[in-house]
Design a protein around this ligand. Sequence first.
Ligand code: UN1
Length: 505
Amino acid sequence: MIAELLEKFGIHQAHSGVFAGDWITKPGGPEFDSLNPSDGKVIASVMCASSKNYEQVMVRAGEGFKRWREVPAPMRGEIIREVGIALRKHKKDLGLLITLETGKILSEGQGEVQEMIDMCDFATGLSRQLHGLTIASERKDHRLFEQWHPLGVVGIISAFNFPAAVWAWNAILAAICGDTSVWKPSNHTPITSIAVINIVASVMKSNGYGDVFSLCISEGHLAAEWIAQDKRIPLVSATGSCEMGRVVGAKVSQRLGRSLLELGGNNAAIISPSANIDLALRGVLFAAVGTAGQRCTTLRRLFVHDSIETMFMEKLCTAYGSITIGNPWEEAVLMGPLISEPAVEKMMLAIEEAKKQGGKVLAGGNRILGSGNFVEPTIILASPEMPIMQQETFAPILYVMPYHHLGDAIRFNNEVPQGLSSAIFTDRVSEAEQFLSTRGSDCGIANVNIGTSGAEIGGAFGGEKDTGGGRESGSDCWKNYMRRQTCTINGSDQLPLAQGIQFDL
Ligand code: UN1
């Protein structure tokens, strides 16, 4: 089954992890294995880039940029439309591969490919809308306007949990904008990145632009460092932990490059006494347990009004007890494994630490013995003052806290370093509005009667504070991938100066 799936993507036992318009068949770096988190077995191995191979990638990406930027944007859109069609054809298999390598359930694996397809459709439409403003000039017969030009080679550093969709947010938008990109994926999910490149490269090649999307898998973080330090890369988009973002952001800003950071979240939801309880339960369950708690948007903190706390928590604990945990390839399974053994250890350490700080485990709390990185989804009764509340543990741990005044719950929501996603469940307009007001949630995403995760691609995605401030995917995020040029044309035979300055001889 696995061998057949790999065969469909042309992946053999040891595949090159370096694509520079073509696969570099024998790259100079070491080889490593991608492990199936459900059983610890090797899926396939990958050959890494040496610094010399990285140079080859950058040279091709740079040359590719010079040709690609000349293609009119709507024509680029036509080609990206074909990429979307190819992804539709491979949706089932690519989704299965994502499930295999990340451990996310079947439906989420398919959803991730859908997110890529949505990006292609969005970008195709956008290809006719990369427009700038015309601004009234203060000078007679002058025309003041903005135009947007392609930026160059964009660096993309992505995480294991969305090994394909987050690449698409960045690479597809970058391509529509006339940029080429070099991708350093997570070393937990190299096979998915090879499959993605295989799908898109065949479309790009048949259109004569095979070097728009490149890939550089390295030993450890090496390629991320190469990208962060590389002056030829005007924009580095990085998704991952706050620690990673601090290092990458500092390196990129040191050379005065731009970075687009989408880092950790520590997302909260508030359950008001007026909430539709069934809806809130379903929203909380998907946000806290979906993807085994390994989304940056995962619900980590829950503030429940004290008047409904006992009832709500009973229902939630019952629901947790009925989650089917197991091999994500099986239809009925709702929660697969964590990505790695160290991830399980981190979760167990966090639970121990929470207990020391006064937390009480209400559900779950254990690893599941046997092969694979399986754990029980966990609920811990906590209080906002516990230091562990400030930190993101990338695992299905939900801290629950009662509140009395909505103002307090909003304050707790905001009193963490991260600022990605937030939600309130309420049927009272005044509560929803308070949550969305300037005194409300300080996060980049604020939802009403929807959980914290599962954003559509049409909106701008990202968050404030330690989440890094970047915005990716929909809305006007394309502007990140272009350079803005302000132009003034004097159509008169006079030379009036702005601000009324006189400078005559
Ligand atoms: C991430 O976890 O890095 O909103 C991205 C969501 C998904 C994207 C998550 N569309 O949960």
